[in-house]
Design a protein around this ligand. Structure first.
Ligand SMILES: [Zn+2]
Length: 338
């Protein structure tokens, strides 16, 4: 089938105001993970309005819109949950009112990934209007709970709904580049124990927060020497959260732990990433006198079974291993690190 790309671009330009309005509507709806019901319903309205052939919301809360009836199923995805807004003082504009000029729309979720959703819905409309679906069925998915539980939504779609697209395009933001690989990701917990004592006599205790301090500095330095890769980019780490236990503000802290967000590049394995932290001098030192544990954070219990946007997940439960391997289409057989 030959595609008249000029006509496609004309249609896209014609729908620019509707695409922008749809995106700004989505941005205006706070949709943090597990609170996606309103935005899912907004997307359902737009899909029905532009003429999707079929629109469904699955029991997890994902919305699935279909165009065409061909035998080759191609899926395009945008997760529609967002992270929170953090410190509002750091925003130039209200994150939910957003900002728009002739070129840019900003606001929480515009790039990750409500912009993708707006584009997909109108891309599907154009496919239908120009009769481009041919032997294909296009499935447009708006998925939930991705920010907290990467992969859970698609695990549900594949395992529970039995939907097997031949190809999936994710609209994660890439500055419009076509990305053919992805670094892996791990969540690593580093925990240090201490001994509490009264704050007036800290020498009687063993302060867990002070023990964590040099570990933090060494992690910062470790990031700079992680492996690089010309295709997938550099391995990286950052500390995303810090926790403590202490009997009181007038006492020595007896526990401190941190979450490390680790991105794995080509050739790095989960075990390597754990081992290089175990080998940090400050970790060894902290572990010498009292336990210092490093594990992948288990996504179990409440974490992965929180009620979904539309209806409780009910008995469907998954423990997600909080580590995903890197992959690259440049490698034969989609070689993976694990
Ligand atoms: Zn995203």
């Amino acid at each position: 089938m030959s595609i008249d790309f000029k006509r496609v671009m004309e249609k896209a330009e014609e729908y620019r105001p509707q695409i922008a309005a749809f995106l700004r509507d989505m941005v205006a709806i706070p949709s943090e993970s597990c609170q996606e019901e309103e935005i899912i319903q907004r997307i359902r309205g737009e899909m029905e309005h532009v003429g999707f052939d079929r629109v469904e919301i699955d029991p997890m809360g994902n919305i699935l819109g279909y165009i065409g009836t061909g035998k080759h199923l191609i899926a395009m995805d945008a997760h529609v949950d967002t992270v929170g807004v953090g410190n509002r003082e750091n925003w130039d504009h209200d994150p939910y009112t957003g900002f728009e000029d002739g070129e840019i729309i900003s606001g929480r979720g515009t790039s990750d990934q409500e912009g993708g959703m707006a584009s997909m819905v109108y891309g599907a409309k154009i496919i239908k209007e120009l009769g481009l679906s041919g032997d294909y069925t296009l499935l447009v998915t708006g998925t939930v709970q991705e920010e907290d539980c990467d992969g859970l939504c698609w695990q549900y779609i594949i395992e529970e709904s039995g939907i097997r697209p031949e190809f999936v395009v994710s609209t994660e933001p890439t500055s419009l580049g076509i990305y053919r690989g992805q670094r892996g990701r791990m969540e690593i917990l580093v925990a240090v124990d201490g001994v509490s004592s009264h704050g007036s006599a800290p020498e009687r205790g063993d302060n867990a927060i002070f023990k964590m301090a040099p570990i933090l500095m060494e992690l910062q330095e470790l990031h700079t020497r992680l492996k690089d890769d010309p295709f997938l980019g550099k391995g990286s780490l950052t500390v995303s959260e810090i926790f403590y236990t202490s009997p009181s503000r007038c006492a020595v802290a007896d526990g401190c732990s941190i979450s490390v967000d680790r991105r794995l590049t080509r050739g790095e394995t989960w075990e390597d990433a754990l081992e290089e932290i175990r080998q940090l001098p400050a970790v060894k030192k902290a572990g010498a006198g009292s336990p210092c544990t490093i594990t992948t954070v288990p996504h179990t219990g409440d974490w992965s079974i929180r009620p979904s946007a539309i209806s409780p997940v009910g008995s469907w439960k998954r423990n997600i291993q909080s580590a995903e391997p890197w992959w690259s289409l440049l490698d034969p057989c989609l070689r993976k690190s694990q």
